[in-house]
Ligand binder design. Structure first.
Ligand SMILES: Cc1cc2nc3c(=O)[nH]c(=O)nc-3n(C[C@H](O)[C@H](O)[C@H](O)COP(=O)(O)OP(=O)(O)OC[C@H]3O[C@@H](n4cnc5c(N)ncnc54)[C@H](O)[C@@H]3O)c2cc1C
Length: 489
């Protein structure tokens, strides 16, 4: 009998990805009275402001697992984040008996999620967007802006979580509020042990516990890049942003004119501002390092944000929520296959160039659920190693693995670009046919299309940008070709 053991230790990412204790969801029309306010005493020093709002638990009556139930399921899902709940909903809708565990089961998700509206529309999830902007905008520099005809939305965390929870409940999913501590495997079934002493068994364990997961194994060194960001949902006296446009990236650096040290560093390791304007006095502002390795300094990120807001004349009256974000991106896929299946932040589906994964988790979960149901359904009892093979290959078929090599190549290229190189790159990228740039951002393109896109970006690039790419791309290009060759073997 094959028997292996994985335990959930704390890894170094945990301290970075832990949500701010002050984070909280807001509703469609957030009532200012709901948030205890702290008034700003100094112009621009929003860092002194403590968000006082407390995370509200969701008021929802889930079907709890009871020790009297048979503690054996078809599928156990570890984690009730967006990915875990979506998978639990999809697998249970196919008649599987599912249990989902999370120590923070009825807490609001802490992160502020953005997606492209068409991604959620194609999934029938548009009701779960609590705010949309018809256009997105990119400030390449002080002279040049790009306006993209693609609507952007902020995910209604409460709406999406309640929708997934109620669909799960309707399909008979059982929930348990506990942290999974240990996973063990036998030939045809696996078991988990929780921190409250509960033990459960299932044919398949799916780990959806996010970036901090320690149940998923890798057989290559994890040379990930990191997206680092500091965001605040703020009440402000006024701000300069158009209410019908969200700002995907503001690469302007005029705010660093009087800060020679910060400016010089920003030229080498640039950061941008991401903005969701809700109304003339309420705005989400996030200073972001798109990708860095080693991890970009969080202290410097905040200093740059203070300088930027001061320059933009934004006086923060109240910090409603704050958000600290570190997203590991790219690097190798988990070992395929392995006895624990993964979905979400720990499964390799985080976009290596953008850090996004919510729409992908929503999109790919049905495919994985279908495969699991085919294997464990009444007619075909495929368990153990063949089940793990099929599950992993449905999430990562060869074609998707190859495309991911290209996305990794994109990330490695971005890592090498300074501020001017990054500006030139995005200037050329967003000149492409929308089919290509939208497809790349939404992970929809085949490898052939991605290669065409690569050639096309090069074709649209200015001469300095071409030179930049020729000088900086060969190593990532060779690495990608090597990995593609290995995939083909
Ligand atoms: C601040 C921030 C902002 C982001 N913004 C965006 C965005 O705008 N758009 C986008 O597409 N992506 C975004 N991402 C990236 C990514 O989509 C999110 O990290 C997303 O939350 C990943 O979803 P998930 O379900 O995989 O994991 P998580 O949301 O991290 O959920 C994991 C769940 O597992 C539970 N858990 C952990 N360990 C255990 C255990 N041992 N046992 C049981 N349960 C456990 C946790 O309590 C948690 O509820 C953002 C990430 C961060 C950190």
């Amino acid at each position: 009998m094959e028997r292996s053991l994985q335990s959930n230790g704390t890894n170094s990412l945990q301290r970075w990805t832990a949500p701010s204790p002050h984070s909280n969801a807001i509703r469609k029309n957030p009532s200012r009275k709901d948030h205890q306010k702290v008034q700003s005493s100094k112009f621009s020093s929003f860092l002194d402001l403590e968000p006082k709002s407390k995370p509200e638990p969701l008021d929802f009556d889930v079907p709890w697992f009871s020790p009297a139930d048979r503690a054996r399921f078809d599928v156990i899902v570890i984690g009730a984040g967006p990915a875990g709940l979506r998978l639990a909903e999809q697998v249970s809708s196919r008649g599987m008996r599912v249990c989902c565990l999370d120590p923070s089961l009825l807490s609001m998700w802490p992160n502020n999620y953005g997606v492209c509206v068409d991604e959620f529309e194609s999934l029938g999830l548009e009701d779960c967007l609590d705010k949309t902007w018809p256009m997105t905008c990119i400030h390449i520099n002080d002279q040049k802006n790009k306006y993209l005809d693609r609507a952007y939305g902020r995910v209604g965390r409460k709406e999406l979580k309640l929708k997934l929870l109620s669909d799960c409940a309707a399909n008979g999913v059982k929930f348990h509020k506990a942290k999974v501590w240990k996973v063990e495997h036998e030939e045809f079934e696996s078991s988990i042990a929780c921190d409250d002493g509960t033990e459960l068994k299932a044919c398949l364990i799916v780990d959806a516990s996010g970036f901090t997961s320690s149940f998923i194994e890798y057989d290559k060194p994890r040379n990930v890049g990191y997206q680092v960001a500091h965001g605040i949902l703020a009440e402000v006296d006024h701000h300069p942003f158009d209410l019908d446009k969200m700002v995907l990236m503001d690469w302007r650096d005029s705010h660093l004119g009087n800060e020679p040290y910060l400016r010089a560093n920003n030229l080498k390791l640039p950061t941008f501002l991401y903005v969701m304007p809700f109304d003339s006095n309420l705005v989400f502002l996030e200073e972001t390092s798109l990708v860095s390795r080693p991890m970009f300094s969080y202290a410097e990120l905040k200093k740059r944000m203070v300088a930027r807001l001061r320059h933009l004349g934004i006086r923060v009256r109240t910090v409603v929520e704050d958000e600290r974000s570190v997203i590991p991106m790219g690097g190798p896929l988990p070992r395929i296959p392995q006895s624990v299946m993964a979905i979400g932040g720990n499964s390799g589906i985080v976009h290596p160039s953008t850090g996004y994964s919510v729409a992908q988790s929503m999109t790919l979960s049905p495919f994985l659920a279908e495969t699991i149901a085919e294997c464990l359904g009444s007619t075909r009892m495929i368990r153990g190693t063949p089940l793990y093979h099929r599950a992993w290959n449905s999430l990562w078929p060869v074609e998707r693995r190859r495309s991911r090599e290209f996305y990794n190549f994109g990330m490695e290229t971005l890592l090498k670009l300074d501020l001017n190189g990054t500006r030139r790159f995005f200037d050329a990228f967003f000149e492409l046919n929308p089919y290509y740039w939208q497809g790349l951002l939404s992970s929809r393109l085949s490898l052939g299309e991605l290669l065409l896109l690569g050639v096309s970006v090069f074709g649209h690039a200015s001469n300095p940008s071409k030179l930049d790419l020729v000088r900086k791309c060969p190593v990532p290009l060779v690495k990608m070709m090597g990995n593609l060759a290995l995939e083909a073997i």
